[in-house]
Design a protein around this ligand. Structure first.
Ligand code: ZN
Length: 171
C-alpha cells in the first residue's frame, strides 16, 4: 500500500505539527562532528524542504534534535506578468550549529508562516540585517550575511533550534 502524496523521505521523517509538540519546544543539541550520518541527514532535510516546496525547514520540524536547518535565499525584487513576486532562488544550503555574529538594531515587520503551524500567518518583527556563522557539511566554518527576507528565513529557523515558534513573538 502506498500513501498518496508522501515520498519515502516524508515517511521516514514525518512533519511535526502543533505548537505544543515537545520536539518543537526543546533546545536542540549541537552537532559535535560532521559525520557521514550528519551529511546524509543534511542531504535529506534539504531534499525534504524541496519536496514541501518550502523556503526553510529545521531539524526539529521533522522530529530530529539537531541544531541543523535547510534554508533558501531568494531574490524577491522581480515580479511576474501578474505582479506576483517571483521568489527566484539565489542559494540553498544547510546550516549546522548556526550562531548570530551581528544583527542590525533596525527591525522590519513582515508576514511569516511555518510548516509546523499549518494555516497560520502573522507579522513578526526581526532584525533587517544579520551576519551568521555556521558549520557546513564540509566541516568548515562559514560566514553568511543576509538582509530582509533572507535574514528572516535564517532567524525563523534559528528560533526553531531553540524551541521558539513565531507565534511566541507576536507583538
Ligand atoms: Zn517554522
Amino acid at each position: 500500500m502506498k500513501l498518496f502524496g508522501k515520498n519515502d523521505l516524508q515517511k521516514k521523517y514525518p512533519l511535526v505539527t502543533g505548537k505544543d509538540q515537545e520536539i518543537l519546544r526543546v533546545v536542540c543539541d549541537p552537532v559535535s562532528k560532521v559525520t557521514s550520518e550528519i551529511k546524509q541527514f543534511a542531504a535529506d532535510i534539504q531534499q525534504l524542504m524541496r519536496d514541501y516546496e518550502w523556503v526553510w525547514l529545521a531539524a526539529p520540524q521533522i522530529g530530529i534534535n539537531h541544531r541543523m536547518a535547510a534554508i533558501t535565499q531568494r531574490d524577491l525584487s522581480n515580479k511576474d506578468a501578474d505582479g506576483n513576486t517571483k521568489w527566484e532562488l539565489l542559494d540553498e544550503f544547510v546550516i549546522i550549529n548556526p550562531k548570530i555574529l551581528a544583527a542590525s538594531e533596525t527591525l522590519k515587520i513582515d508576514n511569516e508562516a511555518c510548516l509546523s503551524l499549518p494555516g497560520l500567518k502573522w507579522d513578526v518583527a526581526r532584525p533587517h540585517k544579520i551576519t551568521i556563522q555556521y558549520l557546513w557539511v564540509d566541516g568548515e566554518t562559514h560566514i553568511h550575511k543576509a538582509t530582509g527576507f533572507n535574514a528572516r528565513v535564517i532567524l525563523h529557523e534559528m528560533d526553531h533550534l531553540d524551541g521558539i515558534l513565531f507565534i511566541d513573538k507576536l507583538a
